[in-house]
Design a protein around this ligand. Structure first.
Ligand code: DGL
Length: 271
């Protein structure tokens, strides 16, 4: 039987950040990246819309021979993953699996014994309460402070992370959090990894930044070790294919920075 790939899905280019970390840790596997750049941002969409987009992405990736999908997006992980795993996968793709970014980030926070945790995320992730709920499940004693940052995804998608606008927005979002004396800050949106250096400067050394890219790569390695039935179905030719619903300059530019100048991205339709 032809071997499959690991699918990585995000609403746009934020997932590249996660994928980059995964590829550094697990370079031998084959991968398919899908960014729904025509419909980004998902962060202000309803649960119904995000669920519908997630089903379209899952169908596309599984039909393109993926054995396992990583939702490299908190918004999709928080709003669609559980329902998909419960209702859609068992009926349509009983042998395939989807993993998200929220549980790995939560486990990391717990393992590092953090007590006052800040979360920055899209409006939609904050409203879904997914990160908070999962943290409280592991340790109800952890204090959580959340901040929705609706301007950050458009800033990153536009490639404006080094602008004054980015500085201003970050200050505005992070200052209230610093007053709460947090000891960790979860970057609860995969796009925010591109702003990590700036965020670090604002929050200082005392606050540990939980970057999902690093954490997810480590957890995926462990998952594949524990699930040979999935791992055995993944090809090992280091092949990467990129798909997106719109060919944006920033996706190509960022993808090339991480994966080499010659990446080609194929435009597809999901709807
Ligand atoms: N990168 C995504 C996340 O982790 C979502 C960004 C968006 O589409 O709003 O939440």
């Amino acid at each position: 039987m032809k071997k499959g790939a690991i699918g990585i899905f995000d609403s746009g280019l934020g997932g590249l950040q996660i994928f980059h970390h995964i590829f550094k840790k697990l370079p031998k596997y084959d991968y398919v990246y899908l960014g729904d750049t025509a419909r980004v941002p998902y962060g202000s969409r309803s649960q119904e819309a995000v669920y519908k987009f997630a089903i379209q992405a899952v169908d596309f990736l599984f039909k393109n021979n993926c054995s396992l999908i990583i939702f490299a997006c908190n918004t999709v992980s928080g709003k669609a993953l559980r329902k998909l795993q419960r209702d859609y996968l068992p009926k349509r793709y009983p042998k395939k699996r989807i993993l998200g970014v929220i549980i790995p980030a939560v486990e990391e926070t717990f393992e590092k014994r953090k007590k006052r945790v800040g979360i920055i995320a899209t409006e939609s992730t904050v409203l879904s309460g997914a990160l908070e709920r999962e943290i409280k499940k592991i340790n109800p004693g952890i204090n959580i402070f959340q901040q929705a940052c609706p301007l950050l995804v458009p800033i990153v998608e536009a490639g404006e992370e080094n602008s004054k606008l980015a500085d201003l927005a970050l200050k505005q979002y992070l200052e209230p959090m610093l007053k709460k004396n947090i000891d960790a800050l979860i970057l609860g949106c995969t796009h925010y990894g591109f702003l990590e250096d700036k965020i670090k400067k604002i929050v200082g050394e005392r606050v540990e930044i939980i970057n999902e890219g690093r954490v997810v790569a480590e957890k995926l390695k462990d998952y594949l070790k524990r699930h040979p039935e999935i791992e055995n179905n993944i090809g090992r030719n280091s092949r990467i294919k990129f798909f997106s619903t719109d060919l944006t300059f920033t996706l190509k530019n960022r993808g090339s920075k991480f994966f080499g100048k010659n990446i080609s991205i194929e435009k597809i339709r999901l709807d």
